[in-house]
Design a protein around this ligand. Structure first.
Ligand code: SF4
Length: 387
């Protein structure tokens, strides 16, 4: 069950989804000092413009704890020819203040192929760093914390995929990017939540079949099946963040906040998608808020995503059901600082695995670039065959 925090957030009153809780600053206030960094007038001058971007979600009292690390990280990036790829679920001080490229998995995967920098620091979870390494083998790819995993990626192995393929020979394997390199290497094509329905439809056409294997997220598979009408063979993986949202949460939110617009991520259960007003990937949810500017909105996805969208849309009232991803929250400013300072932890992938995984990702990237596709809400649930 999501923890519903329903007061509006303002930096001045500290109400709502309190950044002190979300960002976990307390207990880390001495992170900069431990590294010999201080909030000096010079640091203040270098970071004041960055604070303007996040002032709606980070309290002024927090800023002196972050600013020295932010200034030092941005210096080190220049000195070491490094860029930081920041996922939408990063906390705002990372996302807006040290991230060079920001977005969902698909956007970051594309950026990894275009940057000329020698070093990529992945401000995200391990499978994302692997994707960057798969696409950019000559670059040094760093993940600040090796414990930044993912419940979906951990749900399936390459051996599992080989068994599925034995059971369903000739059926194309579409694999969500939230998987390890060895799982991607066993797959025909990857997808993200931005393009899952489009990739499944493409695979069905290419393989001339009405059945597609879509792994490992059971709920994404069910939601794609409802959108496409294609028979889906699915795995029983779940995102531990999105599976906690329920249709009862949506009913409670609507009762407590009349007129609220409910946006859901397709890793949510199908009954949550059916109860939402709009559903799509993190990029699609962000575009929706930017374009429609709803008066009051709730994003049924990871907590920091709401913070990051709220920072760019201060006129929108965000209701905050706060489900944090513990893996994403392993990535901190001090972790990024240490990662760059010590050039740790470098992501390595066996070359034969990398080459096969790249084929699956390249197939996805070669598909026509389109706006993140929305999932139509209110559709009846679709059956999938679970293996
Ligand atoms: S939010 Fe869910 S899918 Fe994303 S990294 Fe966390 S556990 Fe994995």
């Amino acid at each position: 069950m999501a923890r519903i925090i329903d007061a509006p957030l303002t930096a001045s009153d500290g109400g709502g989804c309190d950044p002190r809780t979300v960002h976990g600053t307390w207990g880390r206030l001495d992170a900069a000092a431990k590294r010999g960094l201080a909030y000096t007038p010079e640091v203040k001058a270098k970071t004041d413009a960055l604070y303007e971007k996040v002032k709606h979600v980070i309290l002024p009292v927090e800023w002196p704890a972050y600013a020295p690390l932010i200034a030092a990280i941005n210096e080190m990036k220049r000195a070491k020819d490094a860029v930081i790829l920041a996922h939408n679920y990063m906390t705002s001080e990372i996302f807006y203040c040290v991230g060079d490229f920001r977005g969902d998995s698909l956007q970051l995967a594309r950026e990894a192929t275009t940057t000329d920098a020698k070093v990529i620091v992945q401000a995200g979870v391990h499978f994302m760093a692997e994707t960057s390494k798969i696409l950019s083998p000559d670059k040094t790819v760093l993940i600040p914390d090796l414990r930044a995993g993912c419940s979906l990626a951990a749900s399936i192995t390459g051996a599992d995929v080989r068994l599925i393929k034995e059971k369903f020979p000739g059926v194309p394997v579409v694999t969500y990017v939230n998987t390890s390199a060895e799982v991607k290497a066993e797959s025909d094509v990857t997808c993200t939540s931005s393009n899952a329905a489009a990739v499944v439809e493409w695979a069905a056409r290419e393989w001339k079949t009405d059945r597609v294997i879509l792994i490992p997220d059971e709920y994404l598979a069910k939601n794609v099946a409802a959108q496409t009408g294609i028979k889906i063979i699915a795995w029983h993986g779940r995102c531990e963040v999105h599976e906690r949202f329920t249709a009862e949460d949506v009913a409670e939110l609507r009762a407590a906040h009349p007129g609220v617009v409910v946006l859901a991520h397709p890793e949510c259960p199908p009954d949550v998608m059916a109860a939402a007003d709009f559903a799509g990937s993190t990029a699609a949810l962000q575009h929706y808020v930017e374009e429609k500017r709803p008066g009051k909105v709730v994003l049924l996805t990871e907590c920091s995503m709401s913070d990051n969208v709220a920072a760019a849309a201060p006129d929108v009232d965000f209701i905050r059901p706060c489900n944090l991803c513990p893996h994403m929250k392993r990535i901190t400013l001090e972790g990024i600082y240490d990662s760059l300072a010590e050039m740790k932890h470098e992501v390595m992938i066996p070359e034969d695995v990398r080459v096969r995984a790249k084929q699956a990702i390249d197939r996805m990237l070669a598909l026509p670039k389109e706006k993140p596709r929305a999932f139509e809400t209110g559709r009846p649930a679709a059956h999938v065959e679970l293996v």
